[in-house]
Design a protein around this ligand. Sequence first.
Ligand SMILES: Cc1cc2nc3c(=O)[nH]c(=O)nc-3n(C[C@H](O)[C@H](O)[C@H](O)COP(=O)(O)OP(=O)(O)OC[C@H]3O[C@@H](n4cnc5c(N)ncnc54)[C@H](O)[C@@H]3O)c2cc1C
Ligand code: SF4
Length: 425
Amino acid sequence: MKKAIVVGSGAGGATVARELQGKFSVTILEAGREFRPFALNLSLPERLKKSGLFFDERLIQLLCPAMKIRKSNEGLILVNGVALGGSTALSTGSAVRVDQDLKELGIDLDVEFEEIYREIPVSTGHLKLWHKTTKRLFEICKEMNLAPRPTPKMVNYDLCLNCGRCTMGCPQGAKWDSRQFLQTALDGGAHLITSCRVEKVLIKEGMAAGVQARMGWQRKFFPADLIILAAGGLATPLILQNSGIACDSNLFVDPVLCVAAEWKESLQNKEIPMPFIVQKENFILAPYFDHLSFFFNKDWKFPARNTLGIMIKLADSNTGTISGKKIQKALTEQDKKRLAAGVEICTDILTRLGVEKDRIFLGSINAGHPGGMLRLTRQEAETLHNGRLPENLYVADATLFPESTGNPPILTIIALAKRISKLCS
Ligand SMILES: Cc1cc2nc3c(=O)[nH]c(=O)nc-3n(C[C@H](O)[C@H](O)[C@H](O)COP(=O)(O)OP(=O)(O)OC[C@H]3O[C@@H](n4cnc5c(N)ncnc54)[C@H](O)[C@@H]3O)c2cc1C
Ligand code: SF4
């Protein structure tokens, strides 16, 4: 049987591995290790916060080793998961379909989404778990004609404890993440190699011959007939560039800014994150307890149970790039204006709740949905394959997205990865 190498075990990688195993002998190369959710009580780090130990967001790895934080040259905080399951293990479980831009290119993923909804349980069964303040925020948004809607979630609500820790990994196994697809691939005979960081694809006579990877101090070559890169929107472009394949300077990241206030017993830290979404043209709003800002931003000084936040998740401009280990990504003037518009609406919501305007504070801008550096065009609508790639090398992650969606992308990455699996097998 022909050999396929899949790089990464997140949304894109686990999907491709699951779909291709059997048609190929699949080996998944994953830079991280086994994923472990943060299991301790968060009141301990909350007490440690006062000691000044948490002075840089990168230290979040002390609490959650799989959560990797990098900063762009301009200081933007970039978050992703490096472990089995990739960033899906850190997700809030939000499951929306955001393929309008792909549809406009002529890529119709209806069949793949139908498959997804059969395979991944998606529901809004969390309404019963909402705390009083969230219910009130939902009503306020309705009164403001913001058309809030409960967020579809890939969570089994028979198991969910409403602990609010989805972004540090679900201790209950209630939240779906891509390790479930990975397990199906492994059950079907796929091989998994962890702590294996792919550096580049080796190209011989116009075809991909295999990948070079780093395992500890050693470098290893893995030959393959087919290679699929799904290392995420930051790592896939780096691997491509190391392999002599140019990417575009179109990096988007979906920046998140939280607008917060003290609100006694809001208990948002103990509630499913992003319970509802307000969709605006260039951003979404959603109630959200921002652990990064809570631990690392000096303005966040109230106890977790009394801290109430609303997230603005922006569809940012495609202007950013990666060269070597350096990431250039800054907010443009237009991004800042759009964020300011979001802050105004959040301020209105919070003041209607009863918060005094001058007691509202902001979080640290952080982003976890990178992509766009090898974006699909109309010419590739049938093949999903960029002409710069050898014919046996594919990309299956948000690197292919034409634009930032400003929305949770997991389901759309899975749908694309499913289509790519059909095209390359
Ligand atoms: C905190 C957080 C919450 C989120 N919540 C949601 C949500 O609720 N809903 C939603 O739809 N989206 C959410 N997202 C975004 C979503 O998780 C990602 O967009 C999605 O997982 C990306 O899929 P991917 O396969 O491209 O990359 P990832 O899921 O990040 O997987 C990439 C994998 O590749 C591995 N890897 C990286 N480099 C290499 C290398 N060189 N060699 C080998 N392996 C490598 C990584 O370890 C990782 O396992 C969230 C993101 C974050 C950070
Ligand atoms: S809120 Fe529910 S889904 Fe999220 S981590 Fe807790 S138990 Fe898991």
